[in-house]
Write a protein that binds this ligand. Structure first.
Ligand SMILES: [Mn+2]
Length: 322
């Protein structure tokens, strides 16, 4: 059965935990800040979570999963890979079986958080590729495809043995937006073939899997056919987490929308996940923001979660999986 989870930070309050419990959800996707990316802090969080019948389904640390020193192959990358591996060990010891990785040294690229034509007056992320591609290089220089892949392979060679030891799998997120380069850095994952290349580079180890960001698949038509790729990667048991998100259209311009407002049929996508026997985690990725773009809107998050849960229950009844 597919498990619905909620994105949160390691600083999540008890009131927020109760709100998740109140929505009938048991799983958390936790981003631990650097100061909490250790065994003691994870266990303290887990103890509180258990009080609300919640579990950590998977977790990451933003400064480690989107790490310029590692991704760009900086002089001190080994220090950062050691930190990454220590976090993997801490998660494993705490019983958390998935750690995040996203080869985005400069994070997600968006033009702005604002009210768009398709956001019903709410603040959402808007991506205008012409504006983004006109920006200067985001780092000291440009980074080529060859370098980026070398850096990835270098990381994988040091990280995967620790994953095996700790029994923690890596969930690799695509570059967002999925285009061949962003800010002068070649992207690692901007279509399904890149995933195949990454899995091959990892010797097809079961310890490298994907965060299937449906949003990324939809943002660029050239990413791949989302329905066919759900089938393919479910069969390969590569999908560890699904990001369930719709957009107004494909590049060069899109706005992040309500599930029912974007161009994709999200019911069809969810049905394909159930039909293919996907039994991992799913979350709603990016809710709308509070007015002015300051912080996530809890109302929007609850609405999106409820909408997705409703669709999921309806599909599961149809497939008699409940
Ligand atoms: Mn995503």
């Amino acid at each position: 059965m597919i498990k619905v989870q909620v994105n949160c930070s390691g600083k999540m309050t008890d009131v927020e935990m109760q709100a998740v419990r109140g929505m009938g959800i048991q799983n958390l996707a936790v981003n631990f800040f650097a100061e909490d990316a250790n065994y003691d802090s994870i266990m303290k969080f887990l103890e509180r979570a258990h009080h609300y019948d919640l579990e950590i389904a998977d977790a990451g640390c933003p400064s480690l999963q989107k790490c310029p020193q590692i991704h760009l192959g900086k002089k001190d990358r080994d220090i950062w890979i050691d930190k990454y591996n220590d976090f993997t060990r801490a998660l494993g010891k705490a019983g958390v079986r998935v750690n995040y990785i996203a080869w985005q040294p400069n994070g997600i690229f968006r033009s702005r958080i604002g009210v768009g034509k398709h956001t019903r007056g709410e603040y959402s992320m808007i991506c205008d590729m012409d504006e983004i591609q006109a920006r200067p290089a985001a780092n000291d220089r440009e980074y080529s495809e060859k370098e980026i892949w070398y850096n990835f392979e270098y990381f994988i060679s040091k990280a995967l043995p620790v994953c095996e030891e700790a029994d923690v799998r890596l969930a690799l997120h695509p570059n967002d937006p999925p285009v061949s380069s962003l800010g002068g850095v070649h992207s690692l994952i901007w279509n399904a073939e890149c995933y195949d290349r990454a899995f091959k580079a990892a010797g097809n180890s079961e310890y490298l899997g994907m965060k299937m960001c449906v949003g990324c698949w939809l943002e660029n038509e050239a990413f791949g056919n989302v329905l066919e790729d759900i089938k393919k990667y479910t069969e390969q048991k590569k999908i560890l987490v699904v990001h369930f998100r719709n957009v107004s259209g494909t590049l060069p311009y899109f706005e992040e929308t309500l599930l029912e407002d974007g161009y994709a049929d999200m019911y069809e996508i969810l049905e394909q996940l159930v039909h293919c026997g996907y039994d991992g985690q799913i979350n709603i990725d990016h809710p709308f923001f509070l007015p002015g773009g300051k912080g996530i809107s809890p109302v929007s998050e609850a609405y999106l979660l409820g909408y997705m849960k409703g669709m999921l229950h309806s599909i599961e009844r149809k497939y008699k999986k409940f």
